[in-house]
Design a protein around this ligand. Structure first.
Ligand code: NDP
Length: 536
């Protein structure tokens, strides 16, 4: 369901297939006043939606799943057409994980958000009790990137709705029809009109959504835009979750299963044409196995087909935009200039290799071949900035300490992976890596495990999506404190007197020690103070 637009401000956004340049469709963009109206309308819906039971919310999200299940291929085709990613990958990396996230949050939100008693120590002896209840924020504004245009905003919307919020999504201008599809899925599932609204447009529309002061913002995108959003959100003190970029390291020790590590590296670096926030962007391998690992990686890369995402046997599609292609070209050129060696790929002029694409109007300009680079070092610019493309730079290390230091030598900290047959070493190294998720003998896919927290350290983000931590980002805890024996005044109330001050000393030295034994020794002083208060 798109927001209602005013005719005089309405404009169109044309979405094209990055593989062919063909139009996929068009949507009407929202002016700032339309975005404001969408947020205000959403707030009205919120006040009704927050009163619904978890059973009603679960029924909605489970119906939305059924609608997706009935049209898996249609949705995957749309994701592939707008983003360029292979059709199969749209199913494996977007549709399947978000379906899993949806069933998990639909079934589990009630339990996770159930009111909880809080232990309050010695205050309990005074007849007090505390519990936490969780209240939805209100309107959740979602600004996603184009690289996972279905699973990220839909997953966040499903979690927001389960927690009792309403939602306004501003999809990326590169993938508006996938955004539109999300609105349609909720609409067809019978969501109240306006519960999940879609407002279209480019960065200015995103900025208008921030300025419209939703009650919570969920942003996925670059560090640069994340900083702009954090500044703009500060104007209204809007709490913001930022899911930002990465430069994720993969560490391969000499005892790793090299065949598996090579397969993991190829998938981790080239999945979604390298346009995943958790792509392998730096591979550190022990010097003793570097040649063998590189040989295996090149062999596996050579076997991949690149082409338009609609072929089921294509593993790598085009870059999603010219801007992205230029960054990849620049980074590969910088590697060359700095003395690194291109072992495979490296040249955007290499023609697309899928035979059937020769007959179609496939736009070779947006394709960049999977590129394997050796001799990379951390002082090279391309090892420090996020590439977000199909490059796999390989560097070597001598010791465990050096591997950890190289991996941590980055402004980013989203994910990392450690490959070894020695699980104790794997865990020891993993725990020293500064990243939100670290895999041992696995790579890239943990965003797909909706039960686990997702988010970055350092410049890779603030806050979490997914997992109970992600659900907690969508609610505000409210503390309810009760005094069940409200018969006497509190010893700390006014008026203050010398007896009061002596009692307060007892609070500081005895009660605040947490020891029941010590606290009982202040009882005479406490009674004296209470008598004093009751006399007045
Ligand atoms: P951008 O930062 O360019 O854009 C992200 C979103 O913000 C888009 O919807 C964009 O709109 C919108 N936007 C742009 N300017 C503004 C603004 N001033 N105010 C509000 N919204 C704005 O990132 P990309 O889309 O290029 O995405 C790639 C980045 O996302 C990479 O750095 C990647 O690592 C990161 N990412 C992080 C993930 C994580 O979980 N940590 C997951 C996926 C990606 P429009 O596109 O229409 O310009």
């Amino acid at each position: 369901m798109s927001a209602v637009l005013t005719a005089e401000t309405a404009d169109e956004l044309i979405s094209t297939n990055p593989a062919t340049g063909e139009e996929v469709g068009r949507v009407v963009t929202a002016a700032p006043e339309d975005v404001q109206a969408a947020v205000e309308g959403s707030r009205e819906i919120f006040h009704k939606w927050k009163t619904t039971s978890f059973a009603e919310r679960k029924a909605l999200v489970m119906r939305a799943r059924e609608i997706i299940l009935a049209d898996i291929d249609g949705i995957a085709k749309l994701i592939s057409a707008e983003s360029g990613k292979p059709f199969g990958e749209a199913i494996s990396m977007e549709i399947a994980p978000v379906l899993d996230l949806m069933q998990w949050v639909a079934r589990g939100a009630e339990k996770m958000l159930r009111p909880k008693r809080v232990g309050i120590g010695l205050y309990g002896l005074l007849g007090r009790s505390s519990k936490k209840i969780y209240k939805p924020y209100g309107v959740v504004g979602i600004i996603p990137a184009w690289n996972y245009p279905f699973s990220i905003p839909l997953g966040e919307a499903a979690m927001a709705v389960m927690a009792g919020n309403s939602v306004v999504i501003k999809p990326s201008e590169l993938t508006p029809l996938v955004g539109e599809k999300i609105g349609e899925i909720f609409e067809t599932s019978g969501a109240p009109d306006g519960l999940v609204q879609i407002v279209h447009g480019a960065g200015e529309t995103g900025a208008a959504l921030v300025d419209a002061a939703p009650d919570k913002l969920m942003f996925t995108g670059s560090v640069a835009t994340g900083k702009k959003i954090a500044k703009a959100a500060a104007e209204n003190l809007t709490p913001t979750v930022l899911e930002l970029g990465g430069k994720d390291p993969m560490i391969v020790f000499e005892d790793a299963n090299l065949e598996l590590a090579a397969g993991g590296a190829v998938w981790g670096a080239f999945c979604n044409a390298g346009q995943s926030c958790s792509s392998v962007e730096r591979l550190y391998v022990h010097e003793s196995v570097a040649d063998e690992l590189t040989r295996l990686i090149v062999e596996k890369t050579r076997a991949l087909k690149q082409g338009s995402g609609d072929h089921e046997d294509v593993s790598i599609g085009p870059m999603s935009s010219e801007r992205q292609l230029k960054i990849v070209e620049d980074h590969v050129a910088a590697f060359r200039e700095a003395g690194a060696k291109i072992e495979f790929g490296g040249n955007a002029d290499i023609p697309v290799r899928h035979a059937e694409d020769a007959d179609k109007s496939v736009r070779v300009p947006l394709f960049f071949p999977p590129t394997v680079i050796t001799g990379a070092t951390n002082d090279m610019r391309s090892m420090r900035e996020e590439t977000f493309g199909p490059t796999l730079p390989i560097a070597t290390f001598k010791t465990e300490e050096e591997a950890i230091a190289l991996a941590n030598d980055s402004e980013f900290g989203l994910t990392a992976s450690v490959w070894t047959r020695d699980y104790a070493k794997g865990r020891r190294v993993a725990e020293q890596i500064e990243a939100g998720s670290v895999c041992i003998n696995e790579v890239l896919y943990t965003h797909g495990i909706g039960q686990t927290p997702w988010g970055g350290f350092k410049n890779s983000g603030r806050g979490r999506t997914h997992g109970i931590e992600g659900l907690m980002e969508l609610v505000q805890p409210q503390h309810i404190h009760t005094n069940r024996i409200a018969l006497l005044p509190n010893a700390w109330w006014m008026p203050y007197t010398p007896t009061a001050v002596e009692t307060f000393r007892g609070f500081a030295t005895k009660f605040a020690s947490g020891s029941l034994l010590k606290t009982t020794t202040m009882m005479p002083q406490l009674l004296k103070r209470l008598k004093e208060l009751l006399k007045r």
